[in-house]
Design a protein around this ligand. Structure first.
Ligand code: SF4
Length: 364
């Protein structure tokens, strides 16, 4: 408690010494007093279009992140193990109605070997991600999670959509400590515009249940969905704070061929950075990835986000022969571990020492 208070004192000193405009100063004052932001301040940050104001608020979010957390960027390894999905979200490239996808499923034993390779490369969290695919039984996934967690001594995160509550309880007991389930938009109308199965209530209820089960729970929204306003995005951020969401993935919408939204324009990369900065001030201790979706719009923005409040990057360890077909949106980039770690170090930031050691060992 004393350490946290000392950190906050140091942070306060740094923030107050910044030479910034009045708008930013007011936001800083509110943050220092409340250790979070209210709706009005979030909305103000989201609406910044002036480049100087944007750069100032990014700087503030960066200082908050690095003073309260660290300048170490966490790297998590994603295995995209199946691009089959029974759902039909209108923006998604692997939705069930898209017949132009080369579908694949990675066998469970091979998934374990990929996870093992990821751990040998220095990763300490493995994310198992897929479309909603019932081909894998709860037993299959439970055993896999147990093996990865216990045999490889690594954290397991799951991102597999709306499985049953019983299944999520079993996965938690087997050793999964983290879970990702994006709420996508807290505005029911915006959500239902892109989810024909209208599973809004189910998703929110499931998210709350995952928190209750003791998962470090991740959620997030999409920037630029049809009909979405800045007010909606502000409410998304407050929703995540109020629902105890600890990992926050915010990515821009990307228009994708062979989907009902293929002609809709991409979400704004700048607005995504504004959302990162606001979120860092609202939920200061969150794990917040600089998302692959943002990197797909512009790779330089993904790295810039690490100086705007983000503190995580998800690297891809899915073998290329599968990954090439995991196109949840067009042109989805491969985020490579070694390449990403080197870029982070070149930026003057740090990656976990264990990961760097393993990378050096691998390259020796
Ligand atoms: S967004 Fe997820 S649940 Fe929706 S179709 Fe794509 S993979 Fe399936």
């Amino acid at each position: 408690m004393i350490i946290i208070s000392k950190r906050f004192d140091r942070l306060t000193e740094k923030l107050l010494s910044l030479d910034v405009s009045k708008d930013i100063k007011n936001i800083i004052d509110y943050f220092i007093e409340n250790k979070t932001l209210n709706y009005e301040n979030i909305l103000k940050i989201l609406s910044f279009e002036d480049v100087e104001l944007r750069e100032e608020i990014y700087k503030v979010a960066d200082i908050v992140n690095k003073e309260l957390n660290t300048d170490i960027i966490t790297l998590k390894g994603v295995i995209e193990f199946s691009n089959y999905c029974k759902k039909s979200c209108y923006y998604c490239g692997i939705r069930v109605q898209n017949n132009n996808v080369n579908r694949y499923r990675i066998p469970v034993e091979e998934m374990f070997e990929i996870a093992k390779h990821g751990v040998n490369m220095g990763l300490t969290t493995i994310i198992l991600q897929s479309g909603e695919d019932d081909y894998y039984s709860d037993d299959d996934l439970e055993q896999l999670i147990y093996r990865i967690h216990h045999e490889l001594k690594t954290a397991v995160s799951i991102s597999i959509g709306e499985r049953s509550k019983e299944a999520y309880k079993r996965f938690r007991d087997a050793g999964a400590s983290k879970v990702l389930l994006k709420h996508e938009s807290i505005n029911r109308k915006v959500f239902e515009n892109v989810h024909p199965d209208k599973d809004y209530d189910l998703r929110i209820e499931l998210l709350d249940y995952l928190v209750e089960l003791g998962y470090i729970t991740g959620s997030g929204n999409i920037i630029g969905l049809p009909g979405q306003t800045l007010e909606d995005i502000a409410n998304d951020i407050l929703f995540m704070k109020d629902h105890n969401i600890k990992m926050i993935g915010i990515g821009p919408f990307i228009s994708t061929h062979n989907t009902p939204l293929e002609d809709f324009q991409n979400g704004s990369a700048e607005l995504t950075l504004n959302a990162y900065a606001a979120t860092r001030l609202v939920i200061p201790y969150a794990q917040m990835p600089a998302t692959t979706a943002l990197g797909t719009i512009d790779r330089s923005f993904q790295f810039k986000a690490l100086n705007c409040g983000c503190n995580v990057i998800m690297v891809n360890i899915t073998p290329d022969k599968y990954r090439e077909n995991y196109n949840i949106y067009d042109e989805k980039i491969k985020v490579d571990l070694v390449d990403t770690a080197k870029k982070i170090v070149d930026m003057g930031l740090r990656v976990p020492p264990y990961t760097i050691r393993k990378i050096y060992e691998m390259e020796a």
